[in-house]
Design a protein around this ligand. Structure first.
Ligand code: SAH
Length: 347
């Protein structure tokens, strides 16, 4: 489960077989959902035996399923070390999106995000990331049209495990999703955006949330390290000037914090010249937070101001709120190693 196409190919080559057998095994596991080497009927007996001796197909276990009243389903998966992560399935018309976690907890401490309050334990492996997609597709038999790396964690802080998992999502011998249907969301780790451009052309979403450094430093503290004057050019470069591609900017609407007409005007100026789509996200509550969502009228006004300037703007529907499955509400069960709570950093 830790291998993408290239990984499968070199693995079987190391066992003395031709690379195409590797692609074949990948297809059995990811396209057909097979978990026993012996069930791979067109793989030679010899290779099957070698596989059984040197490898295993290990998939994180679903221990809890929670459906919301709007059709959203949250699954809790337990990892080998007993920690838990959350995966959310969001049906919408003819779309079915899976929101996938990339880390156990998160180290970034965005002040309005519940996952941040949990602290951080470790990166997920490629197996644990693609395992979420495998479980939902094959165990729960929910066909997927889109995957968003928007669950627990900062995917670009776990680059080496996330990229092979996204490769599998897009592989025509695995989950067959086009690059437009796999979205990586980041808080803005600039060097990793540059690196991602070299190896992937997947859709990119960026958690912007503020139109200037002063405010963004408070909401998304990684901004102190990678301020807007670095972030925006890196995102623009990521698109490589390809027509029709856009950066999706996530912007959580916080009452009295970032939601005035002045902020909208600043945002328009900031994004000038960058092909952009803006997702306004009503703030989702969690215990212990002092933030409130902007009222509907203010969100509408903010959106209208952006639309008038020619920007593409969508107000994201809040989904799965009654089961704490909405944006920023995923917590799992994290043994915090960052000792954030002890340091008194949680709000
Ligand atoms: N760490 C990555 C992936 C998480 S995506 C990132 O920051 O992009 C989850 C999205 O939900 C992010 O845009 C995040 O900023 C947003 N979010 C976090 N807490 C939220 C909350 N309480 N209400 C609404 N959106 C929230």
């Amino acid at each position: 489960m830790d291998l993408d196409r290239k990984g499968f190919e070199s693995f079987v080559e190391s066992l003395g077989h031709k690379a195409f057998h590797g692609r074949n095994i990948m297809k059995w596991i990811h396209k057909h959902g097979v978990t026993e080497f012996d069930a791979m009927s067109d793989v030679s007996k010899k290779l099957r035996l070698q596989l059984a001796q040197t490898a295993e197909i290990a998939i994180p276990e679903i221990i809890f399923e929670q459906p919301a009243s709007d059709g959203t389903i949250k699954w809790i998966l337990e990892l080998n070390d007993g920690q838990r992560i959350e995966t959310v399935f969001i049906p919408e018309g003819d779309r079915a999106t899976l929101c996938v976690s990339s880390q156990v907890g998160c180290a970034l401490n965005c002040s309005f995000c519940s996952t941040a309050q949990q602290g951080f334990n470790r990166n997920l492996t490629t197996a644990e990331i693609i395992g979420q997609v495998w479980q939902v597709t094959h165990e729960m038999k929910q066909p997927l049209s889109n995957v968003v790396m928007m669950g627990m964690g900062e995917p670009l802080a776990n680059f080496d495990a996330v990229v092979p998992a996204m490769n599998l999502m897009q592989d025509d011998q695995a989950y067959m999703l086009s690059r437009h249907r796999v979205t990586l969301s980041t808080s803005g780790i600039v060097p990793a955006i540059d690196k991602l451009r070299e190896v992937s052309n997947t859709a990119l979403a960026v958690s912007l949330h503020a139109p200037n450094n002063e405010l963004r430093n408070k909401l998304v503290p990684i901004n102190e390290k990678y301020p807007l004057e670095q972030l925006i050019p890196a995102c623009k470069a990521y698109l490589r000037g390809e027509k029709r591609r856009k950066i999706t900017w996530e912007y959580v609407m916080l009452d009295g914090i970032n939601d005035t007409v002045k902020h909208a005007r600043e945002l328009i100026r900031l994004l000038e010249g960058t092909p952009s789509k803006i997702n306004l996200i009503p703030f989702n509550l969690f215990p212990g937070t002092d933030y409130k969502s902007s009222p509907r009228e203010r969100i509408d006004k903010f959106r209208e101001r952006l639309v008038r300037s020619g920007l593409v703007v969508i107000t994201r529907k809040t989904r799965g709120e009654d089961i704490d499955a909405a944006c920023g509400q995923l917590v799992g069960k994290v043994r915090d190693r960052s000792r954030r709570q002890l340091r008194g950093l949680s709000r």
